[in-house]
Design a protein around this ligand. Structure first.
Ligand code: URA
Length: 437
């Protein structure tokens, strides 16, 4: 079937034959299908969807378009975690060394900031010298020696996803459940894992804020993984408020280090403990019990996970002194306190406006080649449900000059909703868990 005919069929909502679809994707890889035809296809998918059968074709061509890692020479179960992205989500930095402390081997391949969210690689690069572009040989070496390694997606993995993602980013076609699911799962399937834990965000700060859509995304990814022999579990978690108190790359890295020292904040610690326990039981498809959580909490508070993080930082060229002085990680020139304009109850802390403000302060990218300013961002002092008095500290803005501090101050005042009476009900931190159906 010609690319034009296939586009017309998808446009009109007809089923596509797997063989035709496969030819369309491989034609794109070989240059027979043009970028503008693929862009039209992606937009048609956003509007018409993809069936499970069609999604499977996309996943399989994406995986086959690149290399699949073989980590079988490294002893132990290899388990990664992937988050669909949120504001203040610094979980990976704490989780990788913590899960390694629990005996899991963690080959973590992460991404950069996307839209209003900061990315794990950008947070790691706030550590002077830290390399996130390990070649496969060094990645394996760090993994074998330390039990965890964190790097960017190597060029060998799922190149079709990389090309499609670049098109989606500039054609308004990111927000599609099957496209997001195929994109994430193709990369994870190529990583040579024994199990995968997904943190699927739900609420205003997530890419798919709608609760039902987040659930469908989780179910789609679990189905894709399980159908290919990769035990996959998804935890649905709250993103109707930022995670932790720090938003912005260096501030988040510093908060992750404090969490590795056992200094909270409570929501970050609780989520990391839950996900670490999931990673520890995932290869056997077990269900997490309190004993696993206690073991994870113990590894955090004993300093074991922090020491493992130190070894990883050293092995990846980073300056380990920041572990003893996390404040070195955020060095914006100006900071400004934001005070409450009135007394009342905090009805919500909107995550998206803070994430977008971090980007506009220089902590995110407008174009792929933009450099990140790791120093800028927010410390949010209050949380939903808390009583505040007029003049009380709501948070602190870190920025490069006074004008930028003012931009941040306005964003924080928009984000923190103060009202009278009881606040609306917030999502529980862990909303649900989705395993094989
Ligand atoms: N992360 C990905 O890797 N792909 C998507 O499509 C969205 C988030």
């Amino acid at each position: 079937m010609s690319p034009v005919r296939l586009l017309e069929r998808k446009r009109d909502g007809h089923r596509l034959e797997p063989s035709d679809l496969q030819r369309f994707f491989t034609g794109y890889l070989s240059g027979d299908v043009e970028d503008y035809q693929m862009s039209a296809f992606l937009m048609a998918v956003v509007l018409q969807g993809l069936s499970a059968e069609e999604t499977d074709v996309l996943v399989d061509v994406m995986v086959a378009s690149g290399a699949t890692l073989d980590l079988s020479d490294i002893a132990g179960a290899k388990v990664d975690k992937h988050s669909t992205g949120g504001v203040g989500d610094k979980v990976s930095l704490v989780l990788a060394p913590l899960a390694a402390e629990l005996g899991v081997v963690v080959p973590m391949m992460s991404g950069r900031g996307l839209g209003h969210t900061t990315g794990t690689l950008d947070k790691l690069e706030a550590i002077p010298g830290f390399r996130v572009d390990l070649d496969l040989e060094r990645f394996r070496r760090v993994l074998g020696e330390v039990g965890c390694a964190m790097t960017g997606q190597t060029r060998e993995i799922a190149p079709l996803d990389r090309r499609l993602y670049a098109l989606r980013d500039v054609t308004g076609t990111v927000a599609s459940i099957p496209l997001i699911a195929a994109s994430i799962m193709s990369k994870k399937l190529a990583e040579g894992l024994d199990a995968l834990v997904l943190d699927v965000k739900m609420g205003a700060g997530a890419f798919l804020p709608d609760a039902e859509q987040a659930r469908t995304l989780a179910e789609t990814m679990v189905r894709i993984g399980e159908a290919r022999g990769l035990p996959t579990v998804a935890v649905l978690t709250a993103m109707d408020r930022p995670l932790g108190r720090a938003v912005g790359n260096g501030l988040e890295t510093a908060e992750a280090i404090r969490c590795l020292r056992g200094d909270g904040p409570d929501d970050l610690e609780a989520l990391v403990v839950e996900l670490a326990a999931e990673m520890a039981v995932a290869p056997g498809s077990g269900v997490v019990d309190e004993q696993e959580r206690t073991r994870a909490r113990g590894a955090l508070h004993s300093g074991g996970a922090l020491e493992r993080f130190r070894r990883m930082v050293e092995a990846q060229g980073g300056d380990p002194r920041v572990l003893d002085e996390p404040n070195l990680l955020h060095t914006a020139v100006r900071s400004g306190e934001v005070l409450s304009p009135r007394s009342g109850t905090v009805h919500g802390v909107g995550p998206r406006v803070l994430g977008e403000a971090v980007v506009s302060l220089g902590g995110g990218r407008a174009r792929v080649e933009d450099a990140i300013d790791p120093g800028v961002g927010f410390e949010v002092i209050v949380e939903p449900g808390q009583r505040v008095e007029e003049g009380e500290l709501l948070g602190i803005v870190h920025a490069q000059d006074e004008a930028a501090v003012e931009v941040g101050r306005r964003a924080l005042l928009t984000s923190v909703l103060i009202g009278d009476g009881d606040p609306p009900e917030a999502l529980p931190l862990i909303v649900d868990r989705i395993a094989a159906l």
